[in-house]
Design a protein around this ligand. Structure first.
Ligand code: AMP
Length: 375
């Protein structure tokens, strides 16, 4: 067990890292952030900031010398950097599980081999893969880059073979996957913490609504039958076990025809788990600290129904949004990430509304959205 007072290293210093840092500092740890952005949201709360590239040998050496353990807040943290650090200090999650999650083609292959439920999909590495892919995947479909996509970036709708050829060419023929465009009944996510001895604490299933490929609203618990929630929890637990995962893992799923399909996993806390800060007995970020340090896992149970609304840069419109519209609701918790520049689509903060009933939480959340001018 790594006791409070020790220094923890963090690869990536965005909002997820900021909330990890707050949780770690609250528990009495010191935190060193490695992030090339001088204005890193996490660095504001950290005790140290290595302001270099993630692969900088000097910075990695300093992390290994000064930290007791290292974690990451984004899946594009170079797996090699994590593996190199793991030779010298505790690294959770492992570079290997991050490497699977950061590549959609590897991820799909991993799950397909193990019999997990997936929608029709095919890997595309060259034009020679088009025939087999189009035989397996019905159009319309989605083409997704295997790597470095997020928030709907690196995704295009494909209605014809010509569109596939054009888009693949425009993307400079980077490795992709082609996925059948599914009629989604709901989108769910299950976030869990899994410790080094395989112990698991699973948060309640969350229901997610997206706008323009970016998470807009999370409703927790999800409005689904009890049996489906149990199934989703079991599925996520099995995913984590098969990955031999140690850390906080987010498992995204679709409900299609009443059945669960795996979409993707994120090897870190997740935007759809922000509700856990205000609505659960332990937050996903405290859980990340606990797993990293080998502490017992906290209780993930939820004490209030909650609805989270993402706040994107769009609502700044050159001025600070009217926060009174949030703060006048006593059950609403405002979280801002300290980003100086508000750009359209940029995640600037979120609001979590906790109320006595899920209906009331949704009602207040929708009123806040409207009053802030979220379209
Ligand atoms: P992803 O980055 O894969 O999570 O995709 C972002 C969002 O696009 C998802 O949350 C869904 O709303 C939508 N999406 C992704 N894949 C599919 C699919 N195969 N069929 C329909 N919608 C999808």
């Amino acid at each position: 067990m790594i006791a409070p007072g020790a220094t923890l290293g963090l690869l990536g210093g965005g909002q997820l890292g900021r909330m990890f840092t707050v949780a770690a500092r609250t528990l009495g740890y010191r935190v060193t952030v490695l992030d090339p952005d001088p204005l890193s949201p996490a660095a504001e709360f950290a005790t140290g900031h290595l302001n270099t590239a993630y692969t900088d040998p000097g910075s990695l050496d300093e992390l290994a010398r000064t930290c007791a353990a290292v974690t990451t807040e984004f899946e594009n943290a170079p797996a090699e950097a994590l593996n190199a650090l793991a030779q010298r200090i505790v690294v959770r999650p492992s570079g290997d599980s991050v490497a699977i999650a950061q590549d959609r083609a590897r991820e799909k292959g991993f799950f397909a081999e193990r019999g997990f439920p997936l929608g029709p999909a095919a890997a595309i590495r060259t034009e020679a893969d088009f025939d087999a892919a189009l035989a397996r995947v019905k159009l319309p479909a989605l083409l997704k880059t295997a790597r470095f996509g997020y928030d709907g970036k690196g995704q295009a709708r494909i209605d014809s073979r010509a569109a596939l050829e054009r888009t693949f060419g425009e993307w400079k023929r980077v490795p992709c996957i082609l996925e059948e465009f599914l009629a989604l009944e709901r989108e769910l996510s299950v976030i869990l913490a899994r410790g080094a001895s395989g112990e698991v604490a699973v948060f309640p299933v969350a229901e997610n609504q997206h706008a323009h490929g970016i998470l807009d609203i999370t409703i927790a618990p999800a409005r689904i039958p009890e049996a489906l929630a149990r199934e989703a929890t079991a599925l996520a637990t099995r995913v984590a076990a098969d990955l031999r995962y140690v850390g906080v893992l987010a498992v995204e799923m679709f409900v299609v025809g009443g059945k669960l399909l795996l979409n993707e996993v994120a090897p870190r806390p997740h935007n759809s788990g922000h509700y856990t800060i205000d609505a659960c007995r332990t937050s996903q970020f405290e859980q990340q600290v606990r797993v990293l340090c080998g502490l017992p896992l906290g209780d993930p149970s939820q004490h209030s129904p909650a609805v989270m609304v993402n706040l994107l840069g769009d609502i700044w419109r050159g001025a600070e949004p009217p926060w009174e519209a949030v703060l006048r609701h006593p059950g609403a918790h405002l979280h801002l990430y300290g980003k100086r520049e508000a750009r359209p689509g940029r995640k600037m903060g979120h609001v979590t509304v906790c109320e006595a009933t899920p209906e009331r939480a949704l009602e207040v959340a929708l009123a806040i959205r409207r009053d802030l001018g979220i379209e």
